[in-house]
Design a protein around this ligand. Sequence first.
Ligand code: AMP
Length: 213
Amino acid sequence: MEHLQHVTGGTVSHSTRRAGSAHQVAGYDEVGRLGEEAPCGHSRTEGLRPTASWLHTAFIGLGSNLADPVAQVSRALDALDHLAQSRVARRSSLYRSAPVGYLAQPDFINAVAQLETGLSPRALLDALLALELEQGRTREFCNAPRTLDLDILLYDDLIHHEHGLTIPHPQMHLRAFVLQPLLEIAPESDIPGVGTAAAAARQCKDQQLERLV
Ligand code: AMP
């Protein structure tokens, strides 16, 4: 089976072509949702298979520095595992990092999860924003303290720009608190358009980061 991915002029489409036919089983409509999300009637309760052809691999960055951040990140990791058409395949350790930008706030707890998902990038972002709200996220100002921050870091090898959604995440290659947990669970990661995550991490080695046991 051959997987095709097209990225043109701010739009994206994926398709899967079976050998010997041009049968398209999954494609995005104009609002970025999969046209046919789970072929053969798969659903979470019937059991997701990570190798199923309609699943994508996304890496999600998690961060919190309010209201018991360790519990917030742990709860969010569990919630990711219960997202529709999704399961967490790998989760990093928790890390403690110093705040960036606005410095007069508590340290952050960070982690990265590898998600196998049938959701499109836009549907995944909507689901992450809903999880943030469920865990009391408010947006008072840029870089403000937060109960939960969820970012799509990578989605397959996609390079994608649309209003409110950029993949790879535009700051991920500059942040040790993203790169170190990512490398812990996926040491060979590439950041499309940038280079290897390992090379990016070497550029961030002066940023303070503590891995929690
Ligand atoms: P923040 O929570 O402050 O990191 O910003 C969240 C906003 O960034 C969301 O409302 C998204 O519209 C936008 N955004 C753009 N690209 C991404 C991405 N790759 N992952 C998460 N949010 C993104």
